[in-house]
Structure formats: C-alpha cells, structure tokens
Design a protein around this ligand. Structure first.
Ligand code: TYM
Length: 324
C-alpha cells in the first residue's frame, strides 16, 4: 500500500506565497508518488473571528487555488474537512487521552491568545487535537507544512503513541515533509508572511502592479553593503525562489555597495509575476467551469469518507464502542 500524505489549509483568504512555498510546493512534490489527501480545513478556520456569510466562498477559493497551482484530482483527493464528519468524531476520542496542560503551553495557542484576547475559545485550545485527528484519520505518514506547524506535529505524534500504547497499534507517527520555503518572512521586515498581517504577503492572485507595489514597499537601507536589514534579507530570500540565476549578481552588487534597490525590487516583482501568471490563467479556467469543480469536490469527499470510515471502525472497536 502506498504511504499516505495529508495536509490542509484554512479558508481564511486566498493562498499567499508563504502557503505556496511552505506547504503547496511540498504537496506538489508528493502527489506523484503517494496517496495524498489535501484539504480545506474549514473547521480550523472558525477558531478565530470570521464571517459566516463568506465562509463557503472562501472554501471554494482555496479548492480553486489548489487546482490552479497544479494539484491534480487524478493523483490526489481534495477534501473539505467538515464534509467528512469522522474528523470531529476522531478528534473527540483523541481529546480524551491528551492533557490540557500540554495544549495550554503550545506557542501557537499563546500567539493566537495574544492576537485575539477577546476570542479565546475552546476550539482554539482544541486546534492541535483536531489537526492530529485530520492526519491520523487517514493514517497519514507525511505532512507537507511550514516550520511553524512543527509543534502541532509533535502533539500529533504524542497522541498517536499514547493511543497505540493504551488501545493497541492503529496509528503511524506522522513526520513533517520539509520544503525549501518552510519559513517565508513577512514583506514588512519582521515576523513571517501571514494572512492575518496586512502588507505582509503577496497573494497568488495578485496582478503585476500589486506585486510591484508590495515589493517596492519592503523596507531596505538607503545604501547597500555591510550587515543586511531584515527587509533586504526578504528580497534575497524571494530571489532564491523566483530568480535564482540572478541572486549571485545582485549579491555581488550589494557587497560592492553599488546595488540600486529599486532595480532589484522591480526585477524580483517581474519574476514573481511571471511565475504566477500561468497559475492565474489556470485559475480562470476553473472559475469558468464550476460544474467540473463541483464534481472534483464531490469525488474527493466520497473517496475520503470511505478511507475515514475504515479508520473509525478500528478506533471505535479498540476504544470499546462496538458491542458483541
Ligand atoms: P494555515 O492556513 O495557517 O497555513 C497553511 C500552510 O501554509 C504554511 N505557511 C507558511 N509556510 C512558510 N512560510 C510562511 N510564512 C507560512 N505561512 C503559512 C503553514 O505552515 C501551513 O502548512 N494548522 C494548519 C492547517 C491544518 C493542517 C491540518 C495542516 C489543519 N489540519 C492537518 C496539515 C495537516 C495551518 O497552519 O494552516
């Protein structure tokens, strides 16, 4: 049997370069070789303030982004988490074997608490348990995600080990599949690129003008040479992904103190747009064919439900929920 891969993205807006380089590139690299499930994790989306009236549209936008970047429904299953209710069933079972104190200590929980002090809810604390259930439901062994998700992977493995030792072997120990873009910094020059920080990201759907404007506003020094500012590091990091062959030349100019930042920025912006343009073209094709998208979603969910139910039968049996 092929190894299983699982990953998911929240429906909080369009995909940005951080999601793309940190997670989606990994998904693309794995879809040829493994049995893959790539999800829109809508239940994770609602742990922070959100708008119910736009949720369905946001979910669909992520599915269309997935298809546009080249995730191929012939090679992988596309899932919407809430449409496979076994996720929440398994999450509840797993929550009964994991200590609250470990969840309270997680850096991701602390960050969200600080970000939304008036929205500290049970779902937020429960987030890593549901995430563990997502992957374990399919017995996923590889998880292509950014480095920020490593603490959640730790929890997942702990839960899997604990379940196996308490009830018998059912789950593997999922590992993170590392990508070159596992940490993409913010365009603002501090922290990571993030949907929740305005000005920090470039969306895959941005046009050339938007990209140029955003890249031009990355803070740099007035002169080049010497210790690099955080903003300059961001530019060089993105160059590595989108214009690798030019990096050495720009770096030399930087070291010589002759670099004109605006030249580097415009070159980079054009290179990013050249990379995104075909993706945007494919996106348009899927937007114009909603029936095809509906079929892909329906097919993904039905295949995932079969796999999910298989695991749940084992879990219910091991945990004593099946009568004689
Ligand atoms: P989300 O939507 O916050 O992020 C989606 C993916 O994008 C990656 N990412 C980044 N990678 C590199 N640099 C960045 N600046 C950057 N910003 C975001 C994240 O690491 C992630 O891979 N908790 C998950 C959603 C989830 C999930 C799962 C993932 C729920 N259940 C099961 C895998 C398996 C998340 O952070 O989503």
């Amino acid at each position: 049997m092929k190894k299983r891969v699982y990953s998911g993205i929240r429906a909080t807006g369009r995909l940005h370069l951080g999601n793309y380089l940190g997670a989606v590139k990994g998904m693309l690299a794995l879809q040829d070789e493994y049995e893959c499930i790539f999800s829109v994790v809508d239940l994770h989306t609602i742990t922070v303030p959100y708008d119910p009236s736009t949720l369905q549209n946001s979910i669909r936008e992520i599915i269309i982004d997935y298809l546009a970047v080249g995730l191929d429904p012939k090679k992988c299953h596309l899932e919407i988490q809430s449409k496979v209710p076994q996720h929440t069933e398994l999450a509840y079972f797993l929550s009964t074997i994991y200590p609250v104190s470990r969840l309270e200590d997680l850096p991701t929980y602390k960050d969200k608490k600080a970000q939304y002090p008036k929205y500290v809810n049970m779902g937020l604390l429960y987030y890593p348990v549901l995430m563990a259930a997502d992957v374990l439901l399919y017995k996923g062994e590889l998880v292509p995600v950014g480095i920020d998700q490593e603490p959640h992977l730790e929890v997942m493995r702990e839960i899997a080990r604990k379940f196996n030792s308490m009830f018998g072997p059912v789950f593997p120990q999922p590992q993170r599949f590392k990508t070159e873009g596992e940490y993409i910094p913010s365009l603002l020059g501090s922290g990571k690129m993030s949907k929740s920080v305005e000005g920090s990201y470039i969306n895959l759907t941005d046009n050339s003008e938007e990209i140029r404007k955003k890249i031009r506003s990355v803070p740099t020094a007035t002169t080049s040479g010497g210790e690099m500012t955080e903003g300059t590091k961001v530019l060089f990091k993105l160059l590595e992904f989108f214009a690798k062959d030019k990096t050495a030349q720009f770096m030399k100019e930087y070291d010589d103190g002759t670099l004109q930042f605006v030249k580097l920025k415009d070159y980079l912006a054009d290179a990013i747009f050249a990379h995104l343009k075909p993706i945007q073209g494919k996106r348009q094709e899927f937007l114009e064919n909603p029936k095809l998208v509906d079929e892909i979603i329906k097919d993904g969910i039905s295949k995932c439900t079969v796999m999910a139910e298989e695991t749940m039968r084992q879990v219910r049996q091991k945990m004593g929920f099946v009568g004689k």
